[in-house]
Design a protein around this ligand. Sequence first.
Ligand code: ATP
Length: 352
Amino acid sequence: MKLVVLPGDGIGPEITAATLAVLDAAAARHSLTLDLAEHDVGHASLAKHGTTVHPDLLDTVRRADGFILGPTATFDFKDEAKGEINPSKFFRKSLDLFANIRPARTYKGLKAPVGDFDLIVVRENTEGFYADRNLEQGGSEMLVTPDVVISLRRITRLCCERIAHAACALAVRRRKHLTVVHKANVLRIADGMFLDICRAAAAQYPGLAVDEILVDAMMAHVVRDPARFDVIVTTNMFGDILSDLTAELSGSLGLGGSLNAGLDHAMAQAAHGSAPDIAGRDIANPTSLILSTAQLLEWHGARKQQPHFVDAARAIDAAVAAVIAEGHATRDVGGSLGTAAFGQLVAERMRR
Ligand code: ATP
């Protein structure tokens, strides 16, 4: 598997190093042939090449079987004319990575403030309220007067259909329960279409139970009884917000995996940001990027029919759970381990 690694900004290099230690152990244990190439992205690339994403990088990741993007300092990158491209947006849009798959589950050994659960948020990843990427050219936020702003949201039939089918396909492989999260009582046309398309897609999957919940009510339901959810499908921004909540309810933002997948390409990316407040201190939780990378191995294994990649992915998930169950944890979840030490423990567990 040709894998490109882009460590990114803030805590990115630290959690990427911990992830690579786990990947190395997974490769040894499951006989994976990995061809890794590391490249700069974000501030490191801006300093070296005058742009956060080097012009050759898109071709490099296109030629690979998958890539790992560490968190980048998106808030710092405001002016594309100065080379300040948001790498996450750039790759999602350029490679049409339309499905953002964000699992969240509780762990034995960690507090579960709202009870145990195991769910996946399936978030549309290419349009919606994201004004910096939902038009072919230009941005969809307009300053009408110094005091008036209009921001446009784009919802298309194709994007609704493909995310609905991605979620249904996932749900039938799990507990066969799909929840559609929307705001069709206010966004009647756009979310009305999203809802209709999700219903029509779900009808094609025999045995799939479907329910529909307004996004505001969902915040209460997921806190009150997260165990009732299996696969949740929603539009871009609702999914972004909801998946941060589900990750935090599972113990920490640092625990949630995130795969950005299209038909031909996939990018593992931590669900959280670059956390500049804790960068360089070896205290960040690397679990999110480790689990995202496991998702990437699973995606690759399924696509290329190479079951040992799928086995390696499951083994990484199990090793993370086992290490946490043994009482080892980083500070964000009440432990005292550093980023590197946590990664080493997961890697050691993989080698057993
Ligand atoms: P960015 O501007 O890149 O989005 P941010 O700090 O605004 O960064 P996040 O990185 O998502 O947003 O962080 C939100 C909070 O969660 C911060 O207090 C951060 O320290 C904490 N956090 C995020 N990721 C982790 C992690 N992997 N381990 C521990 N704490 C984390």
